[in-house]
Every structure is written in structure tokens, then in C-alpha cells.
Ligand binder design. Structure first.
Ligand SMILES: *Cc1c(COP(=O)(O)O)cnc(C)c1O
Length: 400
């Protein structure tokens, strides 16, 4: 089977993916899948999605040739896909617009979401306001304390933020709580999931909504650079921005695809969020099977990364499959390397990148110097870094 024809009817990408949820959600997920498949082949729905992307999100996002940084590195040419210029400052809005349109099509007036750093919560609250829906966002109590500006943003947009006090009080606990809400309120409620993970059909539909990123690159790169890139690089948390730019390139077999995980303090230190690079075993979490950081008893391990958006112990099932097939390669970039790339992009190009995106930038910076000057690296700049300036300042010993 061709990679692009996946997942199969059960939501499998090879041995990964599937549906591992409470009985009450099985039929809700089937209904969602059926409705999504109808919507995908409905020209009116797709036209409305494109209209929202253009007029509300601000697409197409440009591609920018980072000439000064490339010259400084002294090798390959680095191009940036500017998802940081989208409304709300990252790629996440592409997916929340798509899912909000689906919610409206299904007659749901209440949406829920989980969030870690608050980026997906803000993107969900944004589309809920845009479409006049009630919105509840689950967020770990620990994250609420660390990300107060995003909590206030969600409130300004009319959302209710519910603190989750269980477990480590972070993203994975918020995800559990959102699923619990969905089980209870499945008739009235649409669950807007934030990354290309979770039970089928979420990994498929999030991928399809985010694929606009790569689809635009397919016509923008020939326009700007005269041809397609040699390498596409993207950071991987759950995997939505990476699969969004990779997916349209899967059939372009000469294009190398590199996913960059959060290496934290180094993969060998054990303090990281890089299940693919660390060769983690398969496991089941949040409704799907994939590679998952866990101990010998199957207990999910604590993760670490300077970037909250990459701090997840699992990875979307399609990336696990792309690793198995060898079509994509996965590497890790540690905190220090990401921070260096963050500062470099600020100083050489006048762009403050998200710390998540800085992992992909750092990988490009690692590869470029050893390459010919006519090699093209395309990096998905998944978001802007304004949200991260307090973190960076604190690491640099500066009090704002
Ligand atoms: C959330 C986030 C990510 C990580 O999520 P993916 O689903 O892996 O894309 C990456 N970059 C930014 C800017 C984010 O906000």
C-alpha cells in the first residue's frame, strides 16, 4: 500500500494508530469519521475551509529565503515556510478552523480542547468566538501557572479554562480530562484535538487540514527558488506541523524529510521528549498505538524540553509509520542547540521564532555548513516566538 493511501479503514498506519477508547466514544468516533469523509468530498465544505484560511488566517503564508543566515553558516540555502505569520501566530489555527467547520456541520454548539502551553487552547478559543460556539479548554494546573498570558487570551476570547489537578498537572493529564468530558457530553460536544495524534480519525483529519502547508510549498518553491527543496525539516511534538509540510512531499521521493524531536538535556540523559530518536517501544496512550516513552512496566515517562509545545511522551502514528518505512528520518536537537538557533534567527534575519520551531532551525544549521551552496533546505517555521521570550530571558539570567 502506498503511504499516501493510509490510514486504512481502521485508522492504522502499519502497526500504529487505531482506536483504543471507552465504549461510549467508539460510535462517536465512527460518526466523526463518516461525517469528515463526506465533508472532504463536499466542494462547498472545502471551498468554505479555503475561504477561512485566506480571509481569517491570512494564507497563503509566504516562504522566505534566509540569505544572511545561510551565508553566515556557509553552505546550503535555508528557506523558511512562514507559519509564524498566521493569525494567532502558528500553524495550529489551520486545524482548529477545519475542526470548527466540521463541528458546525455536525450541529454541535459546544467545543472542548486540551492545551499544554496554551497555543492550541488559544487557537480553539479563537475559532469558537469566530463561529459563535461555547468553548471549554482543559489545561494542567502546572501549565496554567507557567503560561498566564495565554490563559488570559483564552478568557478574553470567551472560553472557560478548566484547571486539571491530576497526575503531573500538564498536557497529558489535560488530554485525559478532555476525553472524559467528551464521554459525558458526546451528544452536544465536539472535541477539537490539537495535533496529529489521538484515536482515528483525528490523525487523518488533522493531517489533511494541515497539509495546506506543504501544498502551498509545492507551488511556492518553484516560484521562488526555481525548484523543489532537497530537504524539508520540521519539528515534531505530536507531529501536526511536520506531517502538514511532509504529506504533499511524500510522493516526491528525491526530497528528504527530517522530523526533529526535542532532545531536552540530551537523549542519553533520559531527560528529553524524543520517543522516535530514543527508539522507544510501542505503547497505547490517548486512544492510539505508537512509539511511547515508558519504563519497563509500561508507565509513561516524564518528559523534558525547553519548549512546552514539544513536551509530549508519544508521537502521532503516521510519523511512527514513516520512521518504520524509512521515508522520513527523525533526529533530536537538545535545548542548548535550539536556543542557539533561536538567537541566530533573531539576529541574522529579524525573526523571533517559537522555541518549538527553533529545533527544526537548529537541525538545518547543523546540516547546512557541510553542504554545497546550491542545496536547498526548507524549514517549517511553525510559529512565532513572542510567547517564549520570558523563558529565553530566564535562561539568559534576565528578569523582564
Ligand atoms: C504546538 C506547537 C508545535 C508542536 O505541535 P505539532 O503538532 O508537533 O506541530 C510546534 N510548533 C509550534 C509553534 C506549536 O505551537
Amino acid at each position: 500500500m502506498q503511504t499516501t493511501e493510509l490510514p486504512d479503514a481502521g485508522g492504522h498506519f502499519g502497526q500504529h494508530g487505531g482506536v483504543f477508547v471507552a465504549e461510549t466514544l467508539v460510535s462517536a468516533l465512527q460518526t466523526l469519521r463518516d461525517e469528515y469523509l463526506r465533508a472532504r468530498s463536499d466542494a462547498t465544505f472545502m471551498a468554505e475551509f479555503r475561504h477561512e484560511l485566506k480571509h481569517f488566517v491570512g494564507r497563503p503564508s509566504p516562504i522566505f529565503h534566509a540569505k544572511r543566515w545561510s551565508e553566515h553558516l556557509g553552505g546550503a540555502q535555508i528557506y523558511l515556510k512562514r507559519e509564524d505569520l498566521n493569525h494567532t501566530g502558528a500553524h495550529k489555527i489551520n486545524n482548529t478552523v477545519g475542526q470548527a467547520l466540521l463541528a458546525r456541520r455536525m450541529g454541535k454548539r459546544r467545543v472542548i480542547a486540551e492545551t499544554g502551553a496554551g497555543q492550541h487552547g488559544v487557537a480553539s478559543a479563537t475559532v469558537a468566538a469566530r463561529f459563535g460556539m461555547e468553548c471549554v479548554v482543559y489545561m494542567g494546573a502546572e501549565d496554567i501557572a507557567r503560561q498566564s498570558p495565554n490563559v488570559y487570551r483564552m478568557k478574553l476570547l470567551g472560553a472557560t479554562v478548566k484547571a486539571v489537578h491530576s497526575g503531573s498537572k500538564t498536557l497529558k493529564d489535560a488530554l485525559n480530562e478532555a476525553m472524559r468530558d467528551w464521554v459525558t457530553n458526546v451528544e452536544s460536544t465536539f472535541y477539537i484535538l490539537g495535533t496529529a495524534a489521538g484515536p482515528h480519525p483525528y490523525p487523518m483529519l488533522v493531517r489533511d487540514f494541515q497539509a495546506i502547508i506543504g501544498e502551498e510549498c509545492l507551488w511556492q518553491m518553484p516560484e521562488l527558488a526555481g525548484r523543489q527543496p532537497d530537504v524539508v525539516v520540521a519539528c515534531v511534538g505530536g507531529g501536526s506541523n511536520a506531517i502538514g509540510i511532509f504529506y504533499p512531499y511524500l510522493q516526491h521521493e528525491s526530497v528528504r524529510l527530517i522530523g526533529v524531536e526535542a532532545g531536552g538535556e540530551g537523549v542519553l540523559s533520559g531527560r528529553h521528549a524524543a520517543p522516535l530518536t530514543a527508539n522507544a517501544p510501542t505503547g497505547i496512550l490517548h486512544g492510539f498505538r505508537s512509539y511511547l516513552m515508558q519504563d519497563a512496566d509500561g508507565q509513561v515517562l516524564a518528559t523534558h524540553s525547553v519548549s512546552a509545545g514539544l513536551d509530549y511522551p508519544g508521537v502521532g502514528p503516521e510519523h511512527a509509520w514513516l520512521k518504520d518505512t524509512g521515508r522520513a528520518e527523525y533526529v533530536a536537537i537538545d535545548d542548548d542547540e535550539a536556543l542557539r538557533a533561536f538567537h541566530d534567527l533573531c539576529r541574522y534575519e529579524g525573526i523571533i521564532p517559537a522555541l518549538e520551531s527553533s529545533h527544526a532551525l537548529a537541525q538545518a544549521a547543523k546540516m547546512a555548513p557541510g553542504m554545497d551552496r546550491d542545496v536547498i533546505l526548507l524549514v517549517n517555521l511553525s510559529g512565532r516566538g513572542d510567547k517564549d521570550i520570558n523563558t529565553v530571558a530566564a535562561i539568559s539570567g534576565i528578569t523582564l
